[in-house]
Design a protein around this ligand. Structure first.
Ligand SMILES: *[C@@H]1O[C@H](CO)[C@@H](O)[C@H](O)[C@H]1NC(C)=O
Ligand SMILES: *[C@@H]1O[C@H](CO)[C@@H](O)[C@H](O)[C@H]1NC(C)=O
Ligand SMILES: *[C@@H]1O[C@H](CO)[C@@H](O)[C@H](O)[C@H]1NC(C)=O
Ligand SMILES: *[C@@H]1O[C@H](CO)[C@@H](O)[C@H](O)[C@H]1NC(C)=O
Length: 277
């Protein structure tokens, strides 16, 4: 996963630069650039939601967190995740808490729903155990929205939700922990890679639309990483002399290029402010 995180960091550089630039323009106030930040995703963004689940995709022990101030936290890396860095750059004084541990005061500033092994499809990652799929992450967000309405009232809650930043990074596991594991999942027998990718993108678009219906207007969607360079994938498939597994990198490239246009289109119909990385 670290390798995947490394690849993603390169892709996200553009976003980070954009945010740094915006920060320079606002640094006089000391307030975060947005009042709240909600995070949806997989192991690249999880910061503790899997700690309480029965799953092999769990990292609440050393050496995970060796470079994190409080040691292991449930982040699938040594130190900070990309969403932690984004929260820092946005000017938040603390990292966005995991949904599993967030209290009432926290939800005003945002929640992190991400879960290692999770995917766009509900069954993705089930060979590893429990995980919180994108659909369940959205249900959890629905609970948060209802709590906010209870705290602030309908109109004020909606105005707040409109101002928040939302980032979503899903799809890596729908290949790594679904399509390319034919011993556990039937999808590669049922669909060609192209058809499967198209179905994923349709489902993803619907999920992003329900986020819009829950008040999201400023959305960042991360593309997939080079999933063929993940050590586990190299181990399973072999690279036949290349640096990475070409078949898997081709799949993430296909998702990336085909999702770009259709997600852009559906966000345009929603008149959503958007950033696609
Ligand atoms: C809350 O406000 C929204 C938008 O103004 C409206 O569509 C919805 O019906 C309201 N809900 C309640 C429970 O008042
Ligand atoms: C591995 O590489 C060799 C030489 O480039 C090629 O002939 C062979 O078909 C490749 N095998 C696979 C499974 O891609
Ligand atoms: C990956 O894509 C490249 C470029 O389209 C193609 O030449 C190559 O055969 C593909 N490799 C695999 C394993 O699908
Ligand atoms: C993902 O797709 C977008 C749009 O086609 C492109 O600009 C970007 O370079 C792609 N990234 C990768 C890693 O393929």
């Amino acid at each position: 996963m670290t390798m995947l995180a490394h690849e993603m960091k390169r892709q996200w550089m553009a976003l980070v630069l954009f945010l740094v630039f915006s920060k320079w323009q606002h640094c006089a106030t000391g307030d975060p650039l947005v009042p709240c930040y909600f995070i949806f995703g997989d192991s690249l963004a999880d910061n503790g939601n899997n700690n309480m689940l029965q799953t092999l995709a769990k990292v609440d022990y050393a050496p995970y967190g060796v470079d994190f101030p409080n040691g292991p936290s449930g982040r699938f890396c040594n130190g900070l995740t990309v969403v932690d860095v984004i929260a820092e750059i946005l000017g938040f004084h603390s990292y966005i808490p995991p949904f599993a541990a967030a209290n009432e005061a926290d939800i005003l500033h945002g929640v992190n729903y991400a879960s290692g092994a999770a995917g766009i499809r509900d069954e993705t990652g089930q060979e590893l155990g429990e995980r919180i799929s994108m659909n369940v992450q959205l249900q959890n967000h629905h609970k948060t929205v209802q709590n906010l309405i209870g705290m602030l009232g309908n109109d004020s809650a909606l105005r707040n939700l409109n101002k928040c930043l939302y980032s979503v990074g899903m799809g890596n596991n729908d290949y790594l922990n679904n399509y390319f594991l034919p011993q556990y999942f039937p999808t590669s027998h049922e669909y060609t890679l192209e058809k499967y990718t198209q179905l994923l993108i349709e489902q993803y678009s619907q999920q992003l639309r329900s986020l819009y219906e829950l008040g999201a207007r400023k959305l960042v969607v991360f593309g997939l990483g080079k999933i063929g360079c993940v050590p586990g994938a190299i181990d399973t498939y072999g690279t036949n002399g290349s640096a990475c597994v070409e078949l898997l990198n081709n799949a993430s490239q296909l998702f990336n290029t085909s999702s770009y246009q259709s997600l852009m289109n559906s966000m345009m119909t929603c008149r959503m402010q958007r950033l696609y990385i």
